[in-house]
Write a protein that binds this ligand. Structure first.
Ligand SMILES: [Zn+2]
Length: 400
């Protein structure tokens, strides 16, 4: 009889914080934690080939259920052997549940806010169930395609079926992600529905993939406590923290700390949709094992490249520069310190020329470097926990 591999193993806990290193075992290979999930929304990390994704030391790619359902559809991907095969990418993959679209296509888009939003005049939203682009009921979420306006419906059962067909190693329970503008009553109502959807997701998923439950509850500590306890005690393989965590980075850290302190230590913890350099340090310090964010790839397409402390990167300059506005020394790479193939072979002057001339290659080379950068940052973090020097590494990066 084949021994079933344990999904998550904690290898070492940091002594001064609750940061930890561990290992996730999937059918497509092991993943060292903490790690960064590189976002490949439509089964592509925009501008990079799958060979290049491997070169950047990426450990896992996160794709989007909503986008892949609309185009090319999960049945096509299933016929071609599942997400990894479809992408010609020999790496573990994750798919989100599609529930986030309730926010990004509904309240989020209408109010122009993200997860860390401001509260104009302290005004809160009461209800966003019935909006022009989404309609949320107990059975699920009806939404309109952003491509052609056609109507679609996701329920926990449908999301599980789509994610089963997509065939990622790790999937997420179906949830509604509330906005920071939602008031207490709506956030509570939505959270309770998300809990019922979590149970329905567990009952209907294929039992072969690894599934993470999602904690909601917005910026309200008492709701977060209820949600953390509820999701933690269900039979999920991992726990994800979703939704709005507050209007400042401090409140985000405080809520993260509070949630994690109410979770058991055995399951891996993922933070959804968060991840600038300092967000990564703060989350790992508070016991988060993985994160995902479009930040490093999106900024690459806005001419921003990341730099290490050795290049002068710190909390003030946000570890990045705009290639259009930097004064370059003729032959220097983007980063003197970086060991990526771009920095080893291309001058920043050439990349700036490409960007200024609107050549696509410029964007591509910066994307490659930025992804290598965040994967290297995670590697440094793992080594620092191994050597009991996590806080020292953090101070060094922050420039203190
Ligand atoms: Zn580089």
């Amino acid at each position: 009889m084949l021994m079933k591999k344990k999904f998550f193993t904690v290898l070492k806990n940091d002594k001064k914080t609750i940061a930890r290193i561990g290992k996730l075992s999937t059918d497509h290979g092991d993943i060292d934690t903490p790690f960064f999930s590189v976002v490949g929304t439509s089964a592509t990390v925009r501008t990079l080939s799958s060979e290049e994704i491997l070169e950047t030391d990426t450990q896992l790619v996160l794709a989007n259920t909503y986008h892949l359902h609309l185009r090319p559809n999960e049945k096509v991907i299933k016929k071609l052997g599942g997400l990894s095969k479809f992408m010609n990418l020999n790496l573990p993959t994750m798919t989100d549940s599609g529930g986030f679209q309730a926010m990004s296509l509904g309240a989020g888009r209408e109010h122009g806010i993200g997860k860390i939003g401001f509260f104009p005049n302290g005004k809160k939203l009461e209800n966003t169930e019935d909006r022009s682009l989404v309609n949320i009921t107990e059975s699920g979420i009806e939404f309109r395609s952003h491509h052609d306006g056609s109507r679609h419906f996701f329920s926990p059962e449908i999301s599980m079926q789509i994610q089963s067909d997509l065939g990622a190693d790790i999937i997420f329970a179906f949830d509604e992600c509330t906005s920071p503008l939602h008031n207490f009553e709506y956030t509570k109502k939505s959270m309770e529905r998300t809990h019922r959807w979590a149970v329905r997701s567990l009952e209907s998923y294929n039992k072969k993939q690894k599934i993470y439950g999602i904690i909601q509850g917005g910026v309200f500590k008492d709701l977060r406590l209820i949600s953390a306890k509820f999701i933690d005690k269900l039979n999920f393989d991992g726990i994800a923290i979703g939704g709005a965590l507050g209007d400042t980075k401090d409140s985000k850290n405080e809520i993260t700390e509070y949630i994690v302190s109410n979770l058991s230590n055995k399951k891996p913890r993922h933070m959804l949709g968060i991840g600038d350099v300092d967000d990564i340090f703060e989350a790992v310090e508070r016991g988060i094992d993985s994160l995902d964010c479009v930040w490093f790839t999106r900024l690459a397409r806005r001419n921003m490249y990341f730099i290490y402390p050795e290049d002068g990167g710190n909390k003030i300059n946000r570890w990045r520069k705009n290639i259009r506005s930097v004064k370059l020394i003729l032959e220097n790479p983007l980063s003197e310190y970086c060991k990526c193939n771009i920095c080893s072979n291309y001058s920043a002057t050439y990349i700036k020329h490409l960007v200024v001339a609107n050549e696509m290659l410029g964007m591509r080379l910066i994307t490659y470097h930025n992804i290598f950068f965040v994967n290297n940052l995670m590697k440094q973090i793992r080594e620092s926990i191994q050597n009991s020097k996590f806080l020292e590494l953090k101070s060094y990066w922050y420039g203190k």
